[in-house]
Design a protein around this ligand. Structure first.
Ligand code: KG4
Ligand code: ZN
Length: 329
């Protein structure tokens, strides 16, 4: 089965073609440079650029996959959560494509997409497994019992992990998106140099919190001169990254302690982080469970994961999807 998927929930315009679980093409046009000068995604700017980019990105996905629109068996699109204007570009394009081809369309939940990155070839992971999704908009532990859904076992009570990294990067004078910038700066730093709080570790549940950590960094910076900040930037980045990762890993370890899960997977943009990948591997090995890490380019937003999720959903037949809206929340 050939699936053509679109993803436009935030600032990446993405199209992919899958043949079963195999990726034939996975095109991502990032708008990060456009948004960098604002230090974050400007929703109106994002939707305008999706509109300009969606057709070239789609053409490239078909070309790289060496298929034509009439070859596609099923279309798929992210319906939410995300920015309403951005989502609407993808949803409208997918409705137009699917209806012109008289083919079914699957509306995909973005977070289920991140889970479904683990179902892609090679070595697709079979449920059940525990999955940490850590992105710019969400941080949650998912229990995955079946291919088509996940249960939320715990989630952030305030900021998402990626959002905290993005805000820290901004405070440290680093670029956008912040996660990779903090990771790069941290390479030269000592994670033990600043004592930043690892929140929620005494909390008995599986929820997360990152807003206190962000405030702790702001306090720490408030009594530093610009020169001192510049000199200590690697240490600050390393300490902040470590506090984020240690909280994520502590909750994974707690979720695994009950013995219910035999495998742990990571998804979402923060799962591209090398320290998180290494620390999760250590915890998995200590807990005696398997580990599934997809390549970093399948952790950050992409359409292959949306096509992957769509394979396991009941799609909506033509023309019943024509009145679909995006579902931002
Ligand atoms: O999944 P994603 O691409 O988009 C959302 O669904 O939000 O995640 C984006 C988030 C951003 O906050 C970005 O800073 C973070 O993932 N991120 C990283 C890394 N790459 C992206 N965080 C830490 N380390 C990375 N290498
Ligand atoms: Zn995402």
């Amino acid at each position: 089965m050939l699936v053509l998927a679109l993803e436009t929930s935030c600032d990446d315009t993405c199209a992919a073609v899958l043949d079963g679980g195999e990726i034939r093409s996975n095109v991502i046009s990032s708008q990060a440079e456009l948004h960098e000068r604002y230090g974050g995604v400007v929703p109106e700017v994002a939707s305008r650029h999706h509109l300009e980019l969606i057709n070239p990105v789609l053409d490239e996905a078909l070309q790289v996959a060496d298929v034509e629109l009439r070859d596609i068996d099923r279309f798929a699109v992210t319906r939410g959560p995300g920015l309403i204007g951005a989502l609407l570009i993808g949803v409208s394009a997918a409705k137009a494509l699917a209806s012109a081809a008289r083919r079914p369309l699957a509306g995909v939940d973005h977070l289920q997409g991140h889970v479904a990155s683990a179902f892609l070839e090679p070595e697709p992971l079979e449920p059940p497994f525990l999955c940490l999704i850590a992105s710019g908009g969400h941080t949650l532990l998912a229990g995955v019992e079946h291919h088509d859904t996940h249960a939320v076992l715990g989630q952030s009570l305030d900021d998402a992990a990626g959002e905290a990294l993005d805000k820290a990067a901004r405070m440290l004078g680093l670029g956008y998106p912040g996660g990779p910038e903090v990771e790069l700066a941290a390479q030269e730093g000592d994670p033990k140099s600043f004592d930043l709080p690892v929140a929620m570790t005494r909390d008995p549940g599986l929820d997360f919190s990152f807003s206190g950590l962000k405030t702790a960094l702001a306090y720490r910076l408030s009594d530093m001169s610009p020169d001192e900040l510049r000199d200590r930037r690697p240490d600050l980045a390393a300490s902040f990254q470590s506090a984020v990762v240690e909280q994520l890993v502590a909750k994974i370890e707690r979720a695994l302690a009950a013995g219910e899960w035999k495998t742990v997977a990571l998804g979402g943009g923060v799962a591209a982080n090398k320290l998180l990948r290494e620390r999760t591997a250590e915890v998995a090995s200590k807990s005696g469970v398997g580990l599934k890490l997809v390549p970093p380019e399948l952790c950050t937003d992409n359409a292959a994961m949306i096509g992957s999720a769509a394979r396991f959903l009941e799609p909506t037949g033509y023309p019943d999807y024509l009145d679909w809206d995006a579902v931002p929340a």
